[in-house]
Design a protein around this ligand. Structure first.
Ligand SMILES: [Mg+2]
Length: 237
């Protein structure tokens, strides 16, 4: 990668690393989903990104748009529950803005993830921040991207670091929230006191972009609070 752009090759690595990260955190995501849902989020994400990896391996002349579209379609096909359609939409909608691009810069990323977030909200019945969903992580990440796109003084890597921090904090901030959308909302007040699994996988996906560009694979949540699932410690894979 160049210092100010993410290439198609980088994104191929990012998607493959995301599978490694989902595998490493499968049990953790299952625990989070068991607390307020049906415990399948970890297995679903692993199954989804396995197919993503398979499809990307045989993709001819991959550009960023094709990579995102292929990723989104594979997730929609394989991932059960709400996560498949939601993440599928995010990647497909984002990918439409990267057609035939061999690399993307801050401005492109901001536009792509804004479109991706909108896709998630459209599919997810209009979920807004504060409702204990992946939107609670994606929305602040998009805000960071947009601010950075308008500020030449912030580099791409600085932007991604900021997203890592903001996304992690945002995932933790879902703990006291009342679930207003999806299966967890049936729990009412009992949904409080648990970190949202979708917000957590969104954080993991977003930070894997930075980790990959830094030459890492990504992280495993090495320690978490048994009571609310809050992240306590991370270790690089
Ligand atoms: Mg589930």
């Amino acid at each position: 990668m160049s210092a100010n752009a993410i290439s198609a090759d980088d994104f191929l690595k990012i998607m493959k690393n995301t599978l490694e990260v989902m595998e490493a955190n499968e049990e953790y995501l299952a625990k989070l989903d068991a607390d307020i849902g049906d415990a399948d989020h970890g297995a679903n994400m692993v199954r989804g990104f396995k197919l993503v990896k398979e499809r990307l391996t045989s993709l001819e002349n991959p550009d960023v748009g094709k990579i995102f579209n292929t990723t989104g379609m594979a997730l929609m096909e394989t991932v059960g529950g709400a996560a498949g359609p939601l993440y599928g939409q995010m990647f497909v909608k984002a990918g439409r803005l990267a057609k035939e691009k061999m690399e993307v810069k801050k401005r492109d990323l901001a536009d792509m993830w804004e479109a991706g977030l909108k896709g998630v909200q459209d599919i997810g019945g209009g979920a807004t921040p504060g409702g204990k969903t992946m939107v609670d992580v994606l929305d602040p990440a998009v805000k960071v991207l947009k601010e950075s796109a308008n500020n030449d003084g912030i580099t791409l890597m600085q932007t991604l670091k900021k997203i890592r921090e903001v996304a992690k904090e945002s995932a933790k901030r879902t703990i006291p929230m009342l679930a207003e959308w999806g299966r967890a909302s049936y729990l009412g007040e009992r949904s409080k006191g648990h970190q949202d699994p979708g917000a957590t996988s969104s954080y993991l996906i977003l930070r894997t972009i930075l980790d990959t560009l830094n030459g890492e694979v990504g992280v495993k949540i090495a320690k978490y609070a048994e009571s609310d699932g809050g992240i306590l410690e991370e270790a690089y894979l």
